[in-house]
Write a new protein. Structure first.
Ligand code: AMP
Ligand code: MG
Length: 559
């Protein structure tokens, strides 16, 4: 079952679109709204609190177990947390199933179990007369810190798949298949020999055989064999009829046109019609990332222009007057630009076109530069800005993105490294009216933007956990998943109020278990650990140190 779980501090949308799987069959929707009384008292709202990571994990676990009993196709759960005014939805559950009955049962059981085992609770009631702020969780002077899970849920909900296109196989590597491809015919289409040898009837136990024909891989010569007859066949040759077996030539003695079997073996040495692919059977499902093997399957069945995700455009700006190109010797105070090549390298795993430019340090000049680049900005599907994401006098990424028409979804997350991460959306229902590009932006086009904290290690972390997830959703694929492994050594760190994505070297032990070696880093300006980092270990907030062999969640970073 396809499962999506989201915790959000924002109101749940009036309309939540069903997953693609729900096209056939039933799509049930349930919304639980806050009642106007609690324990006999009239109230104006409720405040919900959650342990987000555990809650998401637990909801998933419950749904996965229920899906074993009740065969459903997909589920989407959105739980709102923070202050929720009376009448607004605290939870949305959508269930797709082939028939309504199993969906209704699963929905009922899920709601019962949700109340028991999931760490989401009512923190307080708001008495009548109190004025809950709709649409945004707590409102303090500071921006709300999103948890990692909340940030990911926001990214997912704003990054809808870009429209699919047809592309020739040679251009489809790395793209996401946006259709399910079925075998148009059996493959192989006839019984074929897997050996160089002699085909004889399967039921023929003669002593000797007359060789009546020769078939190479290219030949197609149907005929029936009589007892005592054999046909010389090459590997890959189409057999002349059904119910044969092939005797390897190494097991045969040949004299003129006569053969005698000198070693008996039970193998048929035949690749039977439809043995590999059955006509009508699904070969590749929608959402598959096309690698070399998947492309070979499409070529085999002649599906040469598959419907795939489009090649998308990324525009990457660096900022900071201390930044010099990597081939220059930095003067005191200057620093070589390593983020441009880092971002370019990380984007190699996605089929996209990347343009990069440096913005002047002055905000007005940076806006003017963007004005000159209107066409590139309008064409981009994603804009990345390196640096300037924090709240210093020179940090203009947020206002710059706003001036480009982006609505800021969040600007800080409770993460180390990478706290000042900005995520913005332009277009759709999310962005405010654009000041610089809206008149040029094609209608219905949605663009997303990230302002990444400038240090290379923060870049590495934010790219893998946030940007890669956004890209995966934009191309209609699967977001990177956290896996389970064990610490190979103690992760010696003090408890931190922020969740941490700790760089690590991942190895698979002889027992098949993922072992993670935590790498040394003192602050996000350190780059040395990038030499061997191929995973990020997720260390929960306020926990530490983690002992050797502790079970941890981690995100692989080399795919
Ligand atoms: P910022 O996020 O702009 O405050 O930058 C934080 C740190 O990252 C500063 O030490 C910057 O010099 C550094 N930094 C910013 N951009 C880059 C870059 N393109 N390459 C390497 N370091 C950078
Ligand atoms: Mg800067």
């Amino acid at each position: 079952m396809e499962i999506e779980v989201q915790l959000t501090g924002s109101p749940i949308a009036e309309k939540v679109s069903p997953p693609r799987l729900a096209v056939h069959g039933a799509w049930l929707e349930f919304r639980g709204a806050v009642r106007d009384e609690e324990k006999g008292e009239k109230i104006s709202g409720l405040e919900y609190e959650a342990y987000p990571e555990m809650a998401v994990r637990e909801i998933r676990r419950i749904l996965e177990l229920l899906a074993i009993k009740h065969d459903c196709l997909a589920a989407r759960v959105i739980h709102r947390v923070g202050i929720i005014p009376v009448g607004e939805a605290a939870i949305y559950v959508g269930i797709a199933s082939r028939h309504r009955a199993e969906g209704i049962v699963l929905l009922g059981e899920f709601m019962n179990q949700l109340k028991q085992g999931v760490p989401i609770w009512k923190r307080r009631t708001l008495p009548l007369g109190a004025r809950p702020a709709s649409g945004g969780g707590q409102r303090t002077g500071r921006p709300t810190l999103k948890s990692l899970d909340e940030a990911l849920a926001e990214i997912q909900s704003h990054c809808q798949p870009l429209p699919a296109v047809c592309a020739p196989l040679a251009e489809a590597f790395g793209r996401v298949l946006r259709e399910t491809v079925c075998a148009p015919e059996d493959f192989p289409s006839v019984d074929r020999s897997t050996r160089d040898g002699y085909a004889i009837r399967a039921d023929d136990a003669s002593e000797t055989y007359s060789v009546v024909d020769t078939l190479h891989a290219v030949d197609w010569k149907p005929r029936h064999l009589k007892p005592g007859e054999a046909v010389r066949v090459a590997t890959g040759a189409s057999l002349p009829c059904e119910n044969l077996r092939v005797v390897m030539q190494e097991n045969v003695e040949r004299t003129g046109d006569q053969i005698r079997i000198i070693r008996h073996a039970s193998a048929t040495n035949i690749s039977f019609r439809g043995e590999d692919l059955r006509a009508g059977g699904p070969l590749l499902h929608t959402g598959t990332k096309l690698d070399a093997g998947a492309l070979a399957i499409l070529a085999t069945v002649g599906h040469v222009n598959p419907l795939v995700s489009p090649r998308f455009r990324v525009l990457h700006f660096t900022t900071g007057d201390e930044i010099v190109p990597p081939d220059q010797t930095p003067k005191p105070g200057q620093i070589r630009d390593s983020n441009s090549i880092l971002i370019r390298g990380l984007l190699q795993n996605f089929p996209c076109d990347v343009e990069q430019a440096h913005l002047p340090e002055d905000f007005e000049k940076a806006k003017a530069e963007c004005g000159m680049r209107k066409a590139e900005i309008r064409n981009a599907d994603m804009i990345l800005v390196s640096g300037g994401a924090s709240v210093g006098e020179k940090d203009f990424t947020r206002p710059l993105l706003e001036s480009l028409g982006f609505g800021i979804v969040f600007s800080q997350i409770n993460l180390r490294p990478g706290r000042p991460l900005i995520f913005g959306v332009n277009g759709g229902a999310s962005g405010p009216a654009s000041r610089l590009v809206s008149s040029l932006a094609p209608p219905n086009k949605i663009q997303v933007a990230f302002g990444l904290p400038g240090n290379p290690l923060s870049h590495f972390v934010c790219f893998h956990f946030a940007v890669a997830a956004a890209l995966a959703h934009l191309i209609g694929g699967e977001a990177p998943k956290y896996l389970r492994g064990k610490l190979a050594e103690k992760l010696d760190d003090q408890p931190c109020p922020r969740e941490t994505l700790w760089p690590a070297k991942l190895e698979i032990g002889p027992d098949g278990v993922a072992r993670l070696h935590p790498l040394a880093w003192a602050n996000s300006g350190n780059v040395a650990c990038l030499a061997s980092a191929n995973a990020l270990v997720r260390v929960p907030a306020n926990i530490g140190p983690l002992e050797q062999f502790a079970a941890v969640d981690f995100l692989p970073t080399n795919c």
